[in-house]
Write a protein that binds this ligand. Structure first.
Ligand code: UDP
Length: 453
């Protein structure tokens, strides 16, 4: 059989966890695979309308969520049980239907936080790839915990792990502010490694030069392949046509004049503030942040999701309308790529971090929980592309601290160094995903191996 004929027949299922920070990189990876001649069906639980959005030639197949029919789901265990049985039913249907119509599925690429998907893949006779949407450093930390070499929370003040700088306990993944570590959460994070020796491929959304030392150590434990940064190609390799957005947003933007607003500002003069799709700030924290932004006197673009809007101080929007723009959501990569944006105040979600590194934007790191804390450590002390805020004894970042950190990144004595380093990572990120780059080669190899099974 001709090789291009075989390629056209290779069909895989991509299975992200249904949250924005997990869907985005999986969708981007799927687009890359279609550009290499594979057929990809991305399966997730989303509003049916979104399946019609633009996502290259990736087919999006949505599952209707029957959790309401099943009554209230109160524990994490119940959630996963219901979710995994929904997935298994849907995947069985797709595999059977596609098999009958001559487009058989050969592989399942699943989000690593759903390790049970490997069992489903095997029951359906599919090869399987586990797809990690967190950094290599964070994966290594969870792996150490899984292997029983490290506890989180850690009683040690300094933790020394292979391939990583010395870490303090506050650099290790943590629970949300004010909540306790639940054993269920720890087990969710560490279970990513429960069947790592049985899976056919391990893919991580990061790139070799960004995490060289820890990647080498991870590679000595299991065959990880780094395939990132998975962000819209217009801003990196430009190899996918017209690819300036991920294309599947669970949130709606409420401002049509955003581009105009950004265009009207001078280069590097705007502070962009966004905390991703999940993080929720306490009202007191919103107030301090709002005051700090105002006091810094910079132009700011602040994403305050619909559910967070009520926490904004009453008169803030009107009083700062000259300086600031508040939106409920925005096309973040497009914003970060805009030349008016001078810094990014971020919760350090892994996608946001990778996007800022790949687009060369210095950061004010304001981590909230989980892996964000470790990402913040790397932003400030390893990649040296910004500063990390300090919290006071109540766990709050005060207005004074907010103002000071913004100034440090926009105009402080290290601002030039942050900008130079950001430019360096931007170049290296682009190299990694461009033709012949380390991540491009890994994606190419993965696609070639899939075509042979
Ligand atoms: N994002 C966006 N618009 C916004 C805020 C966030 O498009 O206004 C995107 C952002 O580009 C990133 C994702 O949402 O790809 C958030 O993922 P991340 O890992 O940074 O954070 P999470 O939401 O998982 O905490």
């Amino acid at each position: 059989m001709e090789s291009h004929q075989r390629a056209a027949e290779t069909h895989i299922i991509a299975l992200p966890f249904p949250a924005q920070g997990h869907i985005n990189p999986m969708l981007q990876f799927s687009k890359l695979l279609t550009s290499k001649g594979l057929k990809v069906t991305l399966v997730t639980i989303i509003d049916n309308e979104l399946t019609k959005a633009k996502h290259g030639s990736v087919i999006v197949d949505s599952i209707s969520d029957n959790s309401e029919e099943n009554g209230t789901i109160s524990t994490m265990e119940e959630y996963w049980k219901n979710f995994s049985s929904l997935i298994e039913r849907k995947l069985s249907e797709i595999v059977e239907k596609q098999g009958k119509s001559g487009r058989p599925i050969s592989c399942l690429v699943y989000d690593s936080i759903m390790p049970w998907a490997l069992d489903i893949a095997r029951r359906l006779g599919l090869a399987a790839a586990s797809f990690f949407t967190q950094s290599c450093a964070v994966s290594a930390i969870y792996y150490h915990v899984y292997e029983g070499r490290l506890n989180i929370p850690s009683e040690q003040t300094h933790v020394s792990l292979d391939g990583m700088p010395p870490l303090q306990s506050y650099d290790l993944p943590s629970p949300a502010c004010g909540s306790e570590y639940s054993p269920a959460l720890i087990s969710l994070m560490t279970s990513q490694f429960s069947n790592i020796r049985e899976v056919d491929w391990i893919l991580v959304n990061t790139f070799n030069k960004l995490e060289a030392e820890v990647m080498n150590w991870m590679a000595s434990q299991c065959p990880v392949k780094l395939i990132g940064p998975l962000i819209p190609s217009t801003y990196t390799s430009k190899r996918l046509e017209d690819d300036n957005d991920y294309g599947l947003s669970l949130f709606k933007s409420n401002n049509n004049s955003l581009k105009q607003w950004l265009d009207s500002k001078e280069a590097c003069s705007v502070v962009y503030v966004a905390f991703g799709s999940i993080a929720s700030l306490e009202e007191k924290q919103m107030e301090e942040l709002a005051c700090g932004l105002e006091k810094s006197n910079y132009h700011f673009l602040w994403v305050v999701r619909e559910s967070e809007q009520k926490k904004l101080p009453d008169t803030f929007v009107n009083e700062t309308s000259e300086k600031g723009l508040i939106v409920t959501w925005c096309p973040q990569t497009e914003v970060l790529a805009h030349n008016s944006v001078g810094s990014f105040m971020t919760h350090c979600g892994w996608n946001s971090t990778l996007e800022a590194l790949s687009l060369g934007v210095p950061m004010v790191a304001m981590p909230q929980w989980a892996d964000q804390v470790t990402n913040a450590k790397y932003i400030a002390d390893v990649w040296t592309v910004g500063v990390r805020v300090k919290v006071n004894e109540e766990g709050i970042v005060t207005k004074e601290e907010t103002e000071m950190c913004i100034r440090e990144v926009m105009e402080g004595e290290n601002a030039n160094e942050f900008r130079r380093n950001s430019e360096k990572w931007k170049t290296l990120a682009q190299e990694a995903v461009s033709e012949g780059g380390s991540s491009d080669k890994n994606v190419e190899k993965f696609a070639a191996e899939l075509k042979c099974i």
